[in-house]
Ligand binder design. Structure first.
Ligand SMILES: Cc1cc2nc3c(=O)[nH]c(=O)nc-3n(C[C@H](O)[C@H](O)[C@H](O)COP(=O)(O)O)c2cc1C
Length: 171
């Protein structure tokens, strides 16, 4: 599979099979995150990998009852150990860097026959309590990972002409 195929095939998986993820697949997926780029190579990302069913149920509750968070055999809590560095462009690095690493995870997962879903709808304080994450650490996203029991829907996306201009804004 080439990268573009993985990009085309990735979708938000919201139903998972009751089937564990092999350790070597999980390791490759995490290695894909480790190799991601980051601003000044700061690598502020930290990942808590949860497989315990009881803990996953608690995470599901912290994610507003989104059932697939408890159903997936693995949930990755993507965190940042960060000094909240702001780049000259005015944006903080850490949400961008963690997001890049997470999309590496999502794409490598496709290659492994696995599915993921970005989850930003969660109570960060509750997730910290459940996982023993220190106060100063940011929880950026949750990402369930497992074998899909779900089908992709149509991709509703803006047309290229609506999002790209050449040489100057809007042309
Ligand atoms: C930052 C972010 C947060 C998201 N949070 C949630 C979420 O909490 N629950 C959910 O079901 N989907 C969530 N999604 C998935 C989006 O709804 C989904 O990516 C979008 O509708 C496009 O569909 P696709 O991923 O299947 O291509 C999130 C996606 C992103 C990028």
């Amino acid at each position: 599979m080439d990268v573009f195929e993985a990009i085309q095939q990735r979708f938000s998986v919201r139903r998972y099979k009751d089937q564990p993820v092999e350790a070597e697949k999980l390791e490759r997926v995490l290695e894909a995150a480790r190799l991601a780029p980051s601003a000044s190579n700061r690598q502020e990302w930290r990942f808590v990998v949860v497989t315990d069913a009881e803990v996953r149920q608690k995470l599901m509750a912290a994610a507003g009852g989104q059932g697939f968070v408890g159903q997936a055999p693995v949930v990755i809590a993507a965190c940042a150990q960060t000094d909240e560095h702001v780049m000259p462009c005015g944006l903080m690095c850490y949400p961008i860097d963690v997001a890049i690493a997470l999309e590496h995870i999502a794409l490598q997962a496709v290659e492994e026959g696995l599915g993921t879903c970005w989850v930003g709808a969660f109570d960060a304080k509750a997730v910290k309590e459940i996982l023993g994450i220190p106060e100063e650490i940011r929880v950026v996203q949750l990402m369930p990972l497992g074998y899909p029991d779900d089908q992709p829907g149509a991709k509703h996306r803006l047309a290229l002409e609506q999002i790209v201009s050449y040489e100057k804004w809007g042309q």
